[in-house]
Design a protein. Structure first.
Length: 643
């Protein structure tokens, strides 16, 4: 069968960090005879070459090419392209890994949309990844209609025929930003680019030792020489004008302005900081016209202007002021409405620990600003003018993988007078919803722990914060909900007092232990009990009764109704003469159904069913004694004493 996808992995001394990469490639859902994995060992000196050779000897999907060290990843990727047999090639780094269905989904999406390049949703584990690009699926994306230029790492799926037709390859040798040159040209020359956003295809991982190539400090002279080559590609395939300026703006914003801001800039050694500034100043003056910086957000525009003018000392002073900017989020209400979790919160920027204020009156402050105070006044006025477009995002992020998904948000923007009335606070009051049935780009939330984050872009600052701390008025989180075939528990974390969701795993925190034996009613063979759960619509549950002496069990289906009312018909005849511990499976149709203990036991005799407290876990003999004592006390409480 023809090979659909060739995965190309450049390898250099990854040590144990290659294991997750390797495992993820071998467990792909694409049939084994439809893809191949090509590891190109670039002169590794650790045990990796032998490890890969051993895998290749056992698995026909895996091939290993050994070569002398070339200094960077460009040549290994090109070698992989040349020996590949797939219709598409997929580039993966040796310390990252793929989602289990990544190749199958990306290939199918590429074929369905006749794409030369397929960009799969990324999750950053300790690393930044594009967010806005993956807000929605984009079957026909271009650098004009989508923020493609925000994603310039090589981790894409590219049609092999497109590479052969264009002759496109990675720059080789010891250099930086070879991926920028390759990916930018691919975007500009492709007939179609498709962005798959409803499944996390690529996990971009920061190693525990922070030894990823992208985290190593670079030589500013060499780095910005290589960056100019990416700008050359843009000039080669675009005409002067708005599109070229828009593309150039990506490098100005990400590779220059953001490196000169706040604590990131201040944390650099002084001599390195000056060298970095001088190189950036040179590129800005040499390559960027006025149309590049003008549409930037206010703070970014200030930094760009100071860099263009060569004002290093002012830039340092502005970075010191900007280092005090943060985000505050106040969760006001978290409640279930039907099967949807409704979250009300307020968010605003702060400075040096207090609410950030902005000029209440309009005006046209000096541009470019002559000093930091003037820069602050200018960006404040500009930010107020853009406030009517500010929208907070609420993101649901899986704790294990860092995969994140946008949730629906409605917002009311409030301008609050501050001080003597010459200043205002800009407050975003938002109402967000999380529907467990559709939370993951239309799909259900999977089992695991999910943290809730708020992300606000305002004034050129993009700040992200966990939704917390817990409300000041002490309102507890709502109860667990049995929704969309899952048990979903909202709770406030111990470490951050921030909102999180436990999907499918919660045990004691569900609160089932708060049910008292006196809250359970048994009339003949019918059991009724109210559980502390949110139930938007009737659902089947499975009740398991386990004998305290025999250890045998009986299972019976019941119904869980709105209000948490559990009803079941007991097989009294099968239970006669025994005492039975009760557990319940709230989602019997889910894979790996879990039974959770209920805090009562049923003693079934010929004259009826008696409900008693369930004993605490103990050894078999101790457990039997505790059951007998509990049963004796219960009988004594209802048996009239003889005089």
């Amino acid at each position: 069968m023809p090979v659909k996808v060739s995965v190309i992995v450049p390898v250099y001394n990854p040590g144990p960090y290659i294991e997750e990469c390797l495992a993820s490639l071998l467990r792909q859902s694409l049939p084994p005879d439809e893809y191949e994995v090509i590891f190109v060992d670039d002169g590794s000196t650790d045990a990796t070459p032998a490890r890969l050779d051993a895998v290749a000897a056992e698995d026909p999907r895996v091939r290993v090419v050994h070569q002398e060290n070339s200094g960077w990843a460009g040549k290994p990727r090109n070698v992989g392209i040349d020996v590949s047999r797939g219709e598409y090639v997929m580039f993966v780094d040796n310390d990252d890994h793929l989602g289990d269905e990544a190749l199958e989904r990306m290939y199918a999406y590429g074929v369905a949309n006749d794409a030369d390049v397929v960009v799969g949703k990324m999750a950053g584990k300790g690393r930044g990844v594009p967010v806005e690009l993956f807000r929605t699926n984009r079957p026909h994306a271009t650098v004009e209609n989508a923020p493609l230029i925000d994603s310039l790492t090589p981790h894409k799926m590219v049609r092999r025929a497109f590479l052969d037709r264009t002759g496109l390859r990675f720059p080789e040798g010891r250099r930086r930003l070879e991926d920028h040159v390759f990916v930018t040209e691919a975007y500009l020359r492709a007939d179609n680019v498709s962005v798959l956003s409803d499944y996390v295809c690529y996990y971009h991982v920061r190693r525990d030792d922070a030894a990823n190539a992208g985290f190593q400090r670079f030589d500013p002279v060499g780095y910005f020489k290589n960056l100019r080559e990416a700008l050359d590609v843009v000039e080669r395939y675009t005409e002067p004008g708005p599109l070229r300026d828009k593309l150039f703006r990506r490098w100005l914003r990400v590779e220059m302005v953001e490196r000169l801001r706040g604590t990131r800039f201040l944390g650099l050694p002084e001599d390195y900081r000056r060298d970095l500034f001088e190189e950036i100043h040179g590129v800005v003056v040499e390559r960027f016209g006025p149309g590049v910086a003008a549409p930037l957000q206010p703070t970014q525009r200030v930094v760009a202007a100071l860099a263009a003018d060569g004002r290093y000392e002012d830039l340092v002073a502005f970075a010191e002021w900007e280092a005090g900017v943060a985000l505050a989020v106040d969760p006001e209400d978290v409640t279930w409405q039907g099967g949807v979790l409704r979250i009300v919160f307020a968010a605003e920027l702060t400075h040096d620990g207090g609410p950030m204020t902005f000029p209440s009156a309009g005006g046209s402050p000096q541009w470019p600003p002559r000093d930091v105070a003037e820069a602050v006044r200018w960006l404040g006025t500009d930010t107020v003018g853009r406030f009517d477009r500010a929208v907070p995002d609420l993101l649901l992020r899986e704790r294990a993988s860092s995969a994140q998904y946008f949730q629906p948000v409605g917002v009311v923007r409030e301008t609050v007078p501050a001080g003597d009335g010459s200043q205002v606070r800009l407050v975003l009051r938002a109402t967000a919803t999380i529907d467990p049935a559709t939370a993951l780009s239309g799909g259900p939330a999977g089992e695991g722990l999910w943290d809730v984050y708020v992300r606000v872009g305002l004034g050129g600052w993009t700040k992200e914060l966990r939704l917390g701390p817990a409300p000041r008025h002490g309102r507890p989180a709502p109860p667990a909900g049995v929704v969309a075939g899952r048990v979903v528990l909202p709770y406030w974390t111990d470490r951050y007092a921030s909102l999180a969701l436990d999907v499918g795993h919660a045990g004691e925190r569900l609160g089932l232990g708060r049910v008292a034996a006196g809250d359970v009613a048994v009339a003949e063979d019918r059991l009724h009990v109210v559980l502390p759960l949110h139930v938007p619509e009737p659902a089947d549950v499975l009740l398991r009764l386990t004998g305290t002496r025999s250890g045998s069990s009986r299972e019976v289906f019941g119904t869980l109704s709105p209000g948490g009312r559990l009803a079941a018909v007991l097989p009294v005849g099968d239970l006669l003469g025994g005492t039975w511990l009760a557990t319940v499976c709230l989602t019997p149709d889910a894979d790996g159904a879990r039974f959770r203990p209920l805090p009562f036991a049923l003693h079934v005799a010929s004259d009826g069913v008696l409900v008693v407290p369930a004993p605490q876990p103990a050894g078999p003999r101790r457990l039997a004694r505790r059951v007998r004592r509990a049963l004796y006390r219960a009988l004594q409480s209802i048996t009239p004493r003889r005089r």
